[in-house]
Design a protein around this ligand. Structure first.
Ligand code: NIG
Ligand code: FE
Length: 375
């Protein structure tokens, strides 16, 4: 196996337990994994090397929540919101119609284009949900396409009840034939537990059926108001309760006493003019927090993890270091992955080189394309 040395790193973020951040550093990649890291002058001999000129190097971002399998455009909805219209989850049905009408090739090209955008901004692992098909055929094909790009595929048949369906009959469809056809392409099962989507009982039914089919649970919870989603996530041992915008003290306590990661998605609050989730409250309570884009055409059409970091630092009470951790290691924990989101020895060597001397610049220089290269 050949060894490649990345050297002259001004600041290297590894999240290693003993040396989480190093200066004047280097690391060695062998077989796609980190084989060594340390001070530049201690680096072992390697077959090849690259000099990053004193730049900061961070683990590639782990975007643990996206809805990339879609077609169509909802910029008019965004424009209306910015002049006072509220966000309505019912807008999802607009994307459902466009997605059903799109041929596979178009959906595949859309996923590829958004993933390329993400990679250019430092994302090296992305979860992708279905949820804009909402028929047996369209959910299964959405997941088959997502699976061409990532192992982190999520069945979200329980996104909204489609036009003209009755909720009880639709839950039967989701937990029956739709789950059967979708499960072979999915790792995760998700449900949008919210007023206007699925209530506590329906979400529990869907997630429990997914678990029985071998999928792992995660959930959209407490996005638009207080509700039962977070408690349900903890009850079911879900890996993630994503959104967490409206939380009671009991919700925070439940998360703190669990392995469920609280996923914060600030692109949503930016794009819907809702209050940002209170990351400080969660961190102070000992909750594990992740940051993700929720990239989708309705509530959060950003593919940028640096943007999410900048907002989290500016408006959600996170330090730059906490925000970077949440966007890398936190995202990995949300996906129950130990091989990504950090650069300790043995981890995948997925990393981003910044055109900056420190990761702090990700929040200090918002909107600036700081990712020089991704490896
Ligand atoms: O995560 N909350 C539900 N689903 C998406 C919104 C999708 C849409 O508006 O199209 C979300 O925000
Ligand atoms: Fe979402």
């Amino acid at each position: 196996m050949t060894a490649h040395l990345v050297t002259n790193i001004g600041e290297l973020v590894t999240w290693d337990a003993d040396r989480p951040i190093l200066h004047d550093a280097a690391f060695v990649v062998e077989g796609g994994r980190v084989a060594w890291f340390g001070h530049r002058t201690d680096a072992p001999a390697a077959d090849s090397s690259s000099d990053v000129g004193g730049a900061a190097v961070i683990p590639g971002f782990v975007d643990s929540h996206t809805h990339l399998v879609f077609a169509g455009d909802r910029s008019a909805e965004f424009e209306a919101r910015m002049t006072g219209e509220p966000y309505a989850a019912g807008g999802i049905r607009t994307t459902v119609a466009a997605t059903r009408a799109a041929p596979d090739e178009q959906l595949r090209a859309n996923v590829a284009r958004h993933l390329a955008e993400m990679r250019a901004q430092g994302t090296t692992t992305a979860e992708i949900k279905s949820g804009y098909g909402l028929t047996v055929l369209d959910e299964a094909r959405s997941l088959a396409i997502a699976g061409e790009f990532t192992d982190e595929t999520t069945f979200l048949g329980a996104h909204v009840v489609p036009e003209g369906s009755d909720i009880a009959a639709y839950v039967d469809l989701v937990t029956g034939p739709m789950l059967e056809k979708s499960a072979p392409y999915a790792r995760w099962i998700d449900a949008f537990c919210e007023d206007g989507a699925f209530g506590e009982d329906e979400a529990r039914t869907v997630l429990t059926a997914g678990i029985a089919a071998g999928l792992l649970p995660r959930i959209h919870a407490n996005q638009l108001g207080h509700g039962p989603g977070v408690q349900l996530a903890v009850e079911l041992g879900a890996a993630a309760a994503d959104h967490c915008t409206y939380l009671s003290d009991a919700d925070v306590d439940a998360l703190a006493g669990s392995d469920t990661v609280a996923g914060l998605l600030p692109g949503v609050e930016f794009s819907t003019r809702q209050p940002y989730p209170d990351a400080r409250r969660l961190l102070d309570a000992g909750v594990t927090v992740s940051l993700a884009t929720d990239c989708n055409p309705g509530s959060s059409y950003t593919s940028s993890m640096p943007f999410c970091i900048a907002v989290a630092v500016r408006d959600m009470g996170m330090s730059p270091r906490e925000a970077l951790w949440a966007a890398t290691r936190g995202g990995a924990q949300s996906l129950r992955r130990d091989d990504v989101g950090h650069l300790s020895v043995g981890a995948r060597a997925d990393h981003a080189v910044l055109s900056a001397p420190s990761f702090v610049h990700l929040a200090y220089r918002p909107g600036v394309p700081l990712v020089a290269s991704v490896g």
